[in-house]
Design a protein around this ligand. Structure first.
Ligand code: SF4
Length: 131
C-alpha cells in the first residue's frame, strides 16, 4: 500500500489548524493553546513537504492502535474517522494520561512522529505519495 496522497495529508493538516482557529474564535481554548496547535500543524506541513510521509500500511496500523487507546477523542465534526490525541491541543487525555493534542490522521501520516505513550514508533518515509 502506498502513502496517503499529499493532498489528503495537507488537507488534514489544514483542517487541524483551522480547528484550533475556530476553537479560539469561540473562546473554547486559550490563545497560547491555539498558537501551539497551529505551529504544530505548520511543523507537520514542513515535514510532509520534505518527504517525511509514512507508508499507508503504517498509517493504518497507527490509527488502529489509536482507535483502541483511551486517550483518543473522536471528533464527529471532522468526519467519521476523525479523532484527536486527547482533544485539540490537550496535554492530558480523558484517562488522565499524557497526550499530544494532535489530529491523529495527520499525526499518523508523518513518518517521524511517535505516540506520546510509546504505543507506536516513528517509521521511515514510504514510497512517493500519489497526486
Ligand atoms: S497517539 Fe498514542 S496516546 Fe495518542 S491516541 Fe494514539 S495511541 Fe493514544
Amino acid at each position: 500500500m502506498g502513502s496517503l496522497s499529499l493532498p489528503v495529508v495537507c488537507g488534514q493538516l489544514l483542517t487541524g489548524a483551522a480547528t484550533f482557529g475556530g476553537l479560539l474564535a469561540k473562546g473554547e481554548i486559550s490563545p497560547a493553546r491555539a498558537w501551539v496547535g497551529m505551529r504544530g500543524a505548520a511543523r507537520y506541513m514542513r515535514a510532509v513537504a520534505a518527504g517525511d510521509v509514512a507508508e499507508g500500511g503504517a498509517v493504518a496500523e497507527r490509527l488502529a492502535v489509536c482507535r483502541g487507546c483511551p486517550g483518543a477523542v473522536p471528533d464527529a465534526d471532522l468526519g467519521d474517522d476523525a479523532m484527536w490525541c486527547g482533544g485539540p491541543g490537550a496535554e492530558v487525555g480523558p484517562d488522565g494520561m499524557p497526550t499530544c493534542g494532535c489530529l491523529l490522521p495527520a499525526k499518523a501520516s508523518v513518518g517521524s512522529e511517535t505516540c506520546p505513550r510509546a504505543s507506536w514508533p516513528s517509521v521511515p518515509p514510504g514510497p512517493p505519495a500519489g497526486k
